[in-house]
Write a protein that binds this ligand. Structure first.
Ligand SMILES: NC(=O)c1ccc[n+]([C@@H]2O[C@H](COP(=O)([O-])OP(=O)(O)OC[C@H]3O[C@@H](n4cnc5c(N)ncnc54)[C@H](OP(=O)(O)O)[C@@H]3O)[C@@H](O)[C@H]2O)c1
Length: 240
């Protein structure tokens, strides 16, 4: 099949896709022929992203939605279904990081990271999975992190959220395996986005780029149907 149309007929939601890794994933999924619904909390950022997607020739829509708010998630999924049909691909990308010793975190900082990186994924999955089960298939890809496998000083709440996300991913994969719904995780190392720019000590030119993560998503979505890639650990070819 023409690789350019491999995902045609699909309807995809990518969370947190106004910029960074999420936008790169949305553009890649759109170029593979799927209709793309993106969300975030910043209207201007979403407008810019939507323009890029449309210039790529992608059928796309943008939605203000905070993944930590159950009502926002329900509305996002309903609007997407109304416009593009049942959601067949969900990429849970929205995420935040706060890096400081765990005992110095405020309750608000803890909740912000855990609610976005973990509860948000639960809410999104809960909203799309019943339709996927009914249709006998679907793909859910969670953008986790190598921080979900490796401990480092100051990583307390971020590592806990991503460790938890890997647990959720692999349990859901087992819950849904017999329904034809595949649940996978991608664990990138540091990626050159605004998320890492403020804190990075690395040579940015050697770091992973957002498009590298998008390529890993493409690998999962284009895997032959009789098997599935449950997890990808993504590292830069040379140490930054
Ligand atoms: N960059 C890295 O080094 C790295 C490495 C491994 C994994 N990751 C993971 O990759 C994902 C994307 O990171 P990135 O580097 O692209 O970060 P980024 O440039 O900061 O982008 C994060 C995106 O998430 C959205 N977002 C945050 N909270 C949200 C919420 N409550 N509801 C909806 N959208 C929300 C933001 O949009 P708004 O602010 O407009 O809502 C933004 O579009 C995250 O899950 C991150 O943990 C990043």
């Amino acid at each position: 099949m023409d690789k350019g149309r491999m995902l045609s007929g699909n309807s995809a939601i990518i969370t947190g896709a106004g910029k960074g890794i999420g936008l790169a994933i949305a553009r890649m999924i759109g170029k593979l022929g799927a209709r793309v619904s993106i969300c975030g909390r910043d209207q201007r950022r979403l407008d810019d992203a939507l323009e890029k997607l449309r210039m790529d020739g992608t059928e796309a829509m943008a939605n203000i939605a905070d993944v930590t708010v159950a009502e926002d998630v329900t509305t996002l999924v309903e609007r997407t279904k109304d416009k593009f049909g049942p959601v067949t691909i969900l990429v849970n990308n929205a995420g935040v990081g706060i890096f400081k010793p765990a005992h110095q975190l405020s309750l608000g900082e803890w909740d912000n990271v855990m609610d976005t990186n973990l509860k948000g994924v639960f809410l999104m999955c809960r909203a799309v999975v019943p339709d996927m089960i009914q249709r006998g298939g679907g793909d859910i890809i969670n953008i986790a992190s190598l921080a979900g496998k490796n401990a480092f000083s100051g990583g307390g709440v971020y590592c806990a959220s991503k460790w938890g996300l890997l647990g959720l991913t692999h349990c859901m994969a087992e819950d849904l395996r017999d329904s034809g719904v595949k649940v996978s995780a991608i664990c990138p190392g540091s990626v050159a986005t605004e998320f890492s720019h403020s804190s990075t000590k690395f040579d940015v030119s050697k770091m992973l780029q957002a498009d590298d993560v998008a390529h890993a998503v493409e690998m999962i979505l284009t895997q032959a149907p009789q098997s599935f890639v449950s997890e990808i650990s993504l590292r830069p070819a040379r140490k930054p």
